[in-house]
Design a protein around this ligand. Structure first.
Ligand code: UDX
Ligand code: UDX
Length: 462
């Protein structure tokens, strides 16, 4: 039985997934390590509102397990040495330079993690790919690990370590990470060595129904993660493309989504039209899939999947243009409130958030923007708009009401529940007239807003 786990990478994936393992497996020591010492300090903070990842329910688990069988530290070497199982949960961003730039994943952190494991691991170690990776990355990891022959002090070559590689991708969605981890639809474990697959399965069997544990070969597991994200993103681009058609034809996107979603073959999940998908995964993983298809000589397949990302950018451009058009074709000398900066509700994560690209488009048109988000802090908003000339055009506000004061329009870009419960009558009084509300998530009470006197634009409605 596994007794000691190490996870490299204390981010949105590593932190919550290890917390849930620690919660359900009190007899396993779980050490989460990260090179970022500030992040580790935040994980160790006595003030639970300072944890670096906001996820409903996560603080309670940290309270219960931290210091008992869950530890956060920067001691990478020591914890690798002690571990029987090592999860690699480091980031794998899209390459910005070199071969495959703009598409392929940058595996430099995976490589450096594998090198560290190769150097410091002892005996037999199961190395688990938790990060989403291109197919056949396990081969690269294996090559690095297998080169770890130790030279002992007295010069005798001793091969004292062995490794087994497992792919165990994470399917959690941010904002519902704890629930997704506690009650996963499935746990996917890919590998070649039956014994290691069984040992890893046994960890999950502490709380997951064994029927939900799917085992495959390494390559199927790696590819399935990319494909799952591509299919999910595809649904969003599909419904978003139809939202534009609804606006022009008198159809209502909510009604269309219900009408098609009741067909069991289609299903009713992931049919919310909006300002396009954000988050660290969808775009990166599709671009990675596109790169793989090109690499393997399948340009038609690559083009097919790339279109999902193109529609996503188009949706954001489209929303920006609609705001400008409705505000008499210009935003100079206009102040707008942007409500919501995280890429979805219930998270403080802003990576690839539609709010960033839409806000940038609005600033380009001359608008001054007042931002408000319930969970994203000021620095994280400001760092997206670093250019000097933008500084006086951006204000980050303490409340939605302060953000709305004196503006011509309120643009709702993240579906935080609290935006539905704002005192919209009061907000109307605070704004310059005509006062607009742009509901890019299509979830506010439009009738009520119209009754108050707002001009309302709601995505996917004419
Ligand atoms: C990331 C990827 O985005 C995702 O595709 C993958 O499936 C899992 O890893 P996430 O946890 O959201 O997801 O990333 P992030 O929050 O950036 O966390 C990664 C952490 O790894 C960072 O805290 C970083 O400091 C750490 N890291 C990176 C190391 O500890 N060592 C390294 O060598 C590199
Ligand atoms: C996603 C996958 O869901 C998860 O399985 C994987 O492990 C990581 O990537 P995440 O990005 O955290 O998770 O959140 P998700 O709920 O999938 O939302 C992604 C984006 O799509 C968000 O910007 C969200 O607002 C948007 N979205 C989602 C829609 O616009 N409409 C929908 O119906 C669903």
């Amino acid at each position: 039985m596994i007794k000691n786990i190490c996870c490299i990478g204390a981010g949105y994936v590593g932190g919550p997934s290890m917390a849930v393992i620690a919660l359900n497996c009190p007899e396993i020591m779980v050490n989460v390590v990260d090179i970022n010492s500030q992040k580790i300090d935040e994980w160790n903070s006595s003030d639970f509102s300072k944890l670096p990842v906001f996820e409903p329910g996560l603080d309670n688990i940290i309270k219960k397990c931290r210091g008992k069988n869950l530890f956060f530290s920067t001691e990478v070497e020591k914890n690798i040495s002690n571990a029987e199982v090592i999860f690699i949960s480091v980031n794998t961003p899209t390459k910005t330079v070199g071969v495959g730039k703009g598409y392929a994943s940058d595996l430099k952190w995976i490589e450096s993690s594998a090198r560290q494991i190769s150097k410091f691991a002892k005996n037999h170690t199961i190395v688990i790919e938790k990060s989403t990776l291109p197919v056949r990355t396990a081969e690269t990891i294996k090559n690095i690990l297998d080169s770890s022959e130790e030279i002992a002090d007295f010069g005798i070559k001793k091969v004292s370590k062995t490794f087994s590689i497992i792919s165990n991708p994470e399917f959690l969605a941010e904002g519902s990470a704890i629930n997704d981890l506690q009650n996963p639809d499935r746990v996917l474990i890919g590998g070649e060595d039956k014994k290691s697959i069984e040992l890893v399965s046994n960890i999950y069997k502490n709380w997951v129904d064994p029927r939900k544990i799917i085992t495959t070969n390494l390559w199927s597991s790696e590819l399935s993660k990319l494909v799952a994200n591509a299919f999910l993103a595809q649904r969003i681009s599909s419904i978003n493309s139809i939202s534009a058609l609804c606006e022009l034809t008198g159809a209502n996107i909510n009604e269309v989504a219900i009408a098609i979603g009741t067909d069991k073959r289609i299903g009713n999940k992931f049919l919310n039209a909006g300002p396009g998908f954000g988050g660290s995964c969808f775009k990166k993983d599709i671009l990675n899939l596109v790169y793989l298809c090109q690499y393997y000589g399948l340009p038609e397949v690559a083009d097919y999947w790339e279109q999902i990302v193109k529609i996503n950018s188009w949706q954001q451009e489209r929303i920006s243009s609609l705001v400008i058009k409705n505000l008499f074709g210009t935003l100079s000398n206009k102040k707008l409130a942007v409500l919501g900066f995280s890429f979805k509700a219930n998270t403080n994560d802003t990576r690839e958030s539609p709010s960033i690209s839409i806000a940038k488009n609005l600033i380009k048109e001359g608008a001054e923007l007042n931002f408000y988000d319930p969970k994203v802090n000021k620095e994280d908003i400001l760092k997206e708009f670093q250019r000097k000339e933008n500084e006086e055009k951006i204000n980050v506000c303490e409340t939605a009401l302060i953000a709305a004061k004196g503006t011509d329009a309120v643009i709702v870009l993240t579906e935080w529940e609290q935006f539905n419960n704002l005192d919209w009558e009061y907000i109307f009084k605070l704004m310059r007239k005509p006062a607009w509300v742009f509901d890019s998530r299509n979830y506010l009470n439009t009738d009520q807003l119209k009754k108050i006197g707002f001009n309302v634009w709601s995505l996917g409605q004419s």
